[in-house]
Ligand binder design. Structure first.
Ligand SMILES: Cc1ncc(COP(=O)(O)O)c(C=O)c1O
Length: 402
């Protein structure tokens, strides 16, 4: 079940982290089979394949989380500036340890975490950052708030991730960074992206907002580029409502990230992007079980993939060689209607919902098709900062066939 407030996408069906827990428990019969009623589909009056209420509730809540928030509420320490040992500084130490990085700086959201990275790297007016149009708007707004230009590259249709070939094509003299987005929490083609960044001397800001604990070639996502950003928004596999974090090993750069988060200073411009202590408490209260839940999701995803093998109607998201694990924030697949009597996707999703399996179409449209692009191209500040030729070319480059 994907989270309701996401917009929809044309050809992807997706199942959320919570649902994956039930699949591997064996509680859900094989896809495509129905129970009882001589195999009639539930939408046609048969018995649903999946008994009601089998999927776990999301977000995950347990007593340790409740105890942690009660304790913080009673302590009166609600802001990180009240104590060096409060929940937020403690979370920063624990999250860095979990990720195996020297440093972690928490923020009020994943978008703020990305913004801290953009500012800390000195990216601003006149600069360009190459990223994906298939993402949350927070990815793009973190570039826009620095008044830089978010340049959209096309996707690999099988993985739904940035296509490195198109990334390289989009590099200009003003490109400062690539912001790969690990969609659904599975790794982008980081071998190619890092090679391109090295060749063109570009910085890499990993948008690992969906990718907690996932690994590529033995490295956690978020630790491969210069800096990595995470979201702890309610839907995520580590969550506190609204929250975020930046991780990294470059001490000087992470000092700048910290300063951006704390209103800026004499080296970087910033604003107040602090996580509050109550958010810190909710996350600290759930960290003990995150590795176990991550392992369960990976087992469940592998099981689902094995059951879909050889079934051409639903093709799981392609994982690149080097993928050790994914966060499986979402399990995504391509729906091929030719294998379902040409039933359109909406109809298929309704039939599945009747069986008790709630999949969603996730993001329907690349964000390059949303009205923000024309707004920016006609914005006085952007017209001052970028030549008309560049803005016209930007509009042309929004034609992304995949
Ligand atoms: C890929 C991606 N990037 C950025 C964000 C922004 O994070 P937040 O909502 O915490 O600001 C999200 C959140 O959904 C996301 O999924």
């Amino acid at each position: 079940m994907s989270i309701k407030n996401y917009t929809r996408r044309k050809f992807i069906a997706s199942v959320s982290a919570g649902s994956l827990a039930a699949i591997a428990s064996g509680a859900i019969p094989a896809l495509g089979k129905t129970t009882g009623n001589s195999g009639r589909l539930a939408i046609l009056g048969g018995t649903p394949a999946v008994p009601a209420k089998i999927f776990p509730e999301w977000p995950y809540v347990d007593q340790a989380m409740i105890d942690a928030i009660v304790k913080t509420t009673r302590s009166g320490i609600w802001s990180r500036i009240q104590s060096k040992n409060g929940t937020v500084p403690t979370l920063e130490k624990e999250y860095a340890a979990l990720m195996g990085t020297k440093r972690c700086v928490t923020t009020g959201s994943g978008t703020q975490a990305l913004s801290c990275c953009v500012e800390a790297l000195g990216i601003g007016a006149g600069d360009e950052v190459i990223t994906s149009p298939y993402t949350d708007m927070g990815t793009i707004s973190s570039i826009l708030t620095a008044r830089a230009l978010p340049v959209m590259a096309d996707l690999d249709a099988a993985s739904f991730q940035l296509d490195p070939k198109d990334v390289e094509k989009k590099i200009s003299a003003n490109t400062k960074a690539i912001m790969p987005v690990h969609m659904m929490g599975q790794p982008c083609n980081m071998d190619r992206i890092m090679a391109i960044a090295k060749k063109h001397k570009l910085r890499v800001i990993e948008d690992a907002c969906q990718a907690h604990l996932a690994e590529f070639r033995g490295k956690k996502l978020g630790t491969i580029g210069d800096v990595g950003s995470f979201s702890f928004q309610t839907s995520k596999t580590i969550a506190c409502g609204e929250g975020g974090a930046v991780i990294g090993n470059d001490e000087a750069l992470m000092d700048k990230v910290f300063t951006v988060m704390m209103n800026g200073g004499n080296k970087v411009i910033g604003t107040k992007y602090r996580m509050n202590e109550l958010e810190g408490a909710i996350i600290l209260g759930q960290l003990a079980g995150v590795k176990e839940r991550f392992a369960t999701r990976n087992r469940n995803a592998a099981y689902l993939t094995s059951r879909l093998k050889g079934f051409p109607g639903l093709v799981p998201q392609k994982l690149y060689p080097g993928t050790d694990s994914g966060s499986f924030y979402i399990y995504a697949m391509t729906y091929r209607k030719e294998y379902f009597n040409n039933a359109d996707r909406g109809k298929f999703l309704k039939a599945l919902a009747a069986e008790g399996i709630s999949l969603s179409p996730y993001i329907s449209n690349g964000l390059h098709r949303e009205p923000w692009t024309e707004f920016i191209l006609n914005h006085d500040v952007y017209k001052k900062m970028y030549a008309p030729e560049r803005l016209n070319r930007y509009r042309d480059e929004l034609n992304l066939p995949v």
